[in-house]
Design a protein around this ligand. Structure first.
Ligand SMILES: Cc1ncc(COP(=O)(O)O)c(C=O)c1O
Length: 376
């Protein structure tokens, strides 16, 4: 909850839908995470919210950046990020984009396939490379699936080849899936990474870095273990598996640093029933899947809501967006209840919307403008 955001909304009465992000909360989240993981270098995952206000704040606090594209790299550098603290973390890059990043001074690249390793070796000679491996994403509300990473044996083969191709086989990376709700998943993934360090050492390749990826969760509608439970598991697993020699450590949080700093305000456009006997009301907002709430796909992320009538009697609703696309339904199975007094024109707040919203908004579908965002 942010007084600053509520004051801004009350005083400015901006048009809806709009997102307001409290930068003090972002700074506080970063400092808290630094305190919880003191030996781990934090590289903010730019994709979660690439607003220059957030990037310059985090650069000033000492964060590095995990960038998914050459555009994100440019944005991070323009906001004060140093190329020496940028990781080009996408495993799918054009050769020209790798070359452009190298030209800008980036020297840390991710790969998960033979062809990508060869591209990096050609376009960014001498760079440090790390291989993304498959780990279980069970427990993640927003899994990243098998699209990224590769099998253990393939990762070992590729890292063994890297030196011969002229790049430095620097480390291993995993991602336990975004909005990971099971802290024990870190233990499993760290154990696999340790086995890889050992296997490669036996083959004469000494890895130096472990990248723990993203996955630290934010608070939404469903209660989950606090972030401290995750960071404690991470610390204990690292101590257990790397007791002989701790590698350089990095982590790429996105969601957990910015989601809770954002509140989205939306107006109710229509409330309707589809048949006389229906109990459930359809509540149509001025924002939906195409306006920035794409993470409601399969009702994966359930945002908490606040209305001006909270506390009064409630009834079941189906929440939907304003566009004329049938998939633009936010929640049907998630069984949201909203006050019976809710009326057309009411403004409601959608919490924890600072991550993966502004950049997920459509470019003009149904004439929708990009989601307006304010950083206060
Ligand atoms: C490579 C990489 N790192 C970090 C992140 C950030 O993940 P999260 O927002 O769950 O912390 C992502 C998210 O997609 C990613 O793809």
């Amino acid at each position: 909850m942010s007084d600053k955001i509520f004051r801004f909304l009350a005083e400015q009465r901006p048009d809806t839908p709009c997102l307001v992000v409290d930068l003090d909360i972002v700074a506080e989240k970063f400092r808290t995470l630094e305190g919880l993981l003191p030996k781990i270098d934090i590289y903010y995952a730019v994709k979660a919210n690439p607003a220059p206000e957030i990037l310059s704040l985090l650069a000033g606090l000492g964060a590095g950046f995990d960038a998914a594209s050459i555009q994100e790299i440019r944005t991070a550098i323009a906001a004060g990020g140093s190329p020496s603290r940028i990781s080009y973390g996408n495993t799918i890059k054009k050769r020209s984009e790798i070359a452009a990043a190298y030209e800008l001074g980036v020297r840390l690249f991710a790969f998960d396939s033979q062809a990508e390793l060869e591209k990096i070796a050609e376009a960014a000679p001498g760079s440090k490379v790390y291989c993304r491996i498959w780990v279980s994403e069970s427990g993640a509300d927003w899994p990243l699936t098998r699209k990224f990473g590769c099998a253990f044996d393939m990762a070992c083969d590729l890292l063994r080849q890297a030196g011969g191709l002229g790049v430095d086989p620097y480390g291993v990376m995993f991602h336990v899936g975004s909005q990971q709700t099971k802290p024990e998943q870190w233990e499993t993934a760290i154990a696999i990474a340790k086995r890889m360090f050992e296997r490669l050492r036996a083959d004469g390749v000494s890895l130096k870095m472990l990248n723990l990826g993203g996955g630290l969760p934010a608070h939404y509608r469903v209660e989950i273990p606090p972030i401290e439970t995750h960071t404690q598991t991470i610390q204990e697993s690292l101590a257990r598996h790397f007791s002989d020699e701790m590698p350089e450590l990095m982590i790429e949080p996105g969601r957990c640093l910015v989601a809770e700093a954002g509140i989205l305000q939306s107006e109710i456009v229509l409330i309707a029933k589809k048949a006389k006997q229906d109990e459930v009301r359809w509540v149509y907002l001025d924002i939906g899947k195409f306006g920035g709430l794409a993470e409601t796909m399969d009702e994966a992320i359930e945002y908490p809501l606040r209305t001006p009538h909270d506390g009064g009697p409630e009834g079941p609703v189906i929440l939907a967006g304003p566009t004329c696309d049938g998939v633009d339904i936010l929640y049907e199975k998630a069984a949201y209840l909203l006050p019976l007094d809710l009326a057309i024109g009411d403004r409601i707040e959608i919490f924890s919307t600072g991550a993966y919203t502004t950049t997920y908004a459509t470019v003009g579908f149904n004439g929708l403008p990009p989601l307006k965002a304010y950083y206060v």
